[in-house]
Design a binder for this molecule. Sequence first.
Ligand code: NDP
Ligand code: HSE
Length: 448
Amino acid sequence: MGAKEEIGVGLIGLGVVGGGVANALLERRDYFARQVGAPLVVRRAAVRDLSKPRSVELPAGVLTNDVRQVLEDPAIDIVVEVIGGEEPAGGFIRAALAAGKHVVTANKELIAKAGPELLADAHARGLDILFEASVGGGIPLIAPLRRDLLANRIDSIRAIINGTTNYILTSMAREGAAAEALSSQGIEPPARGGYHEALAAAQDLGYAEPDPTNDVEGFDAAYKLAIMASLGFRTRVRPSDIAIEGITKLTPQDFRYASELGYVIKLLAIAERRGGGILARVAPAFLPQSEPLAKVDGVYNGVQINGDLTGTVLFMGRGAGAEPTSSAVVADLLDLAHSLVAGARERKYWGPEGDTPVLGLEQLETRYYLRVTVSDSPGVLAQIARALGDHGVSIAAVNQKEADAGARTAELVIMTHRAREGAMRAACAEIAALPVVQAVSSFLRVEG
Ligand code: NDP
Ligand code: HSE
């Protein structure tokens, strides 16, 4: 047995993640005690509503609706913040540090926005904030970025990093494929609300954020990308530096055309070094079916990190849910608990070292997929091709789809060669203004 006979843990939040953590601490108590050298004991767990049913049965007197009982309890060594959001979570963490407690958090929004300041505060007090669960649920990502890949110059991070949206996109793609199979047999596919049903299922399974707008509009993925890029590139990448688009505008046609053309649609979070700066974006994109990330489906996340020494390293696993996330939170708890038992050790302060600029996306050069709804009349294609050509955008393939005889409209599906995003956006604005064009219905990057 080391210097401490027991490690006191205080939970703030006992929802999906907090419940998973409490369960693991109770069920694996003896195993953790052997690993750490002393038992980890949940002393207090603070929630908002004491009357809610819980997924875990805690000893009498542990549950409270007064966070101060966690922050002010001298027997608590480590506070686990699993409520989410900037405030009051940020205030609780600062108070925990001021009270001399280490912190473990799963809060990507707070770490992405204020991580360096909170970590500097902790470091100045000889304390630590660990946040492995903030990115990728059960996949180890923060520790590899802070330690195992440290010798590298990281050149790019390409990731599917939101379980909820990947679950929804996978359901939509499968539903499209199933409908197509039925249609090909002459059977009318049943009408189903793919997007909304899949989102409701992701919420039931505990994958979604307390406010699922954060998932479907791409903010959650952007917080995670900001954390990974800041660690990987050793500079400060803020969520506001990242161009963000969500998945809410995708339609079944996009999935069908993607599949016909040999692609899948994924919400990709990408940060890469380009021309003295960093380009960072979160958006749904076409990805060739042959790419490793194209095979990452459902709640699974996949992260491809390219280091100059390692080459490409691929991480994959369940990115959300109580159990995988509790694995990451508990790993941080065990790490801190072990150092408390063994006697405090000097920890490396994580902070940005450089100030590599984050560039605007107009500098990006890639291929694009466009779906344009037009009047089904002669000369339309020529006008669109001219608008693209005037901006130096070259067409790789074009296909006319599904003419609607009643509305006298048709859909044009266009794949371009590599082009500058700035030129592409200018061409799209011109196309959208053409009298023969009803709408530029989809504009997606081809990332491969
Ligand atoms: P939940 O909504 O399931 O749980 C939130 C918990 O926090 C609830 O127990 C709630 O209490 C409590 N809470 C909220 N506000 C307060 C407050 N002011 N004072 C005290 N307690 C409060 O969220 P999750 O468990 O899903 O998420 C928690 C954190 O983990 C978030 O930062 C999220 O981004 C992150 N995360 C979530 C993952 C997941 O798969 N769900 C995966 C990785 C990270 P009450 O129960 O009484 O309402
Ligand atoms: N809502 C998040 C997701 C939880 O779906 O990925 C994991 O961070």
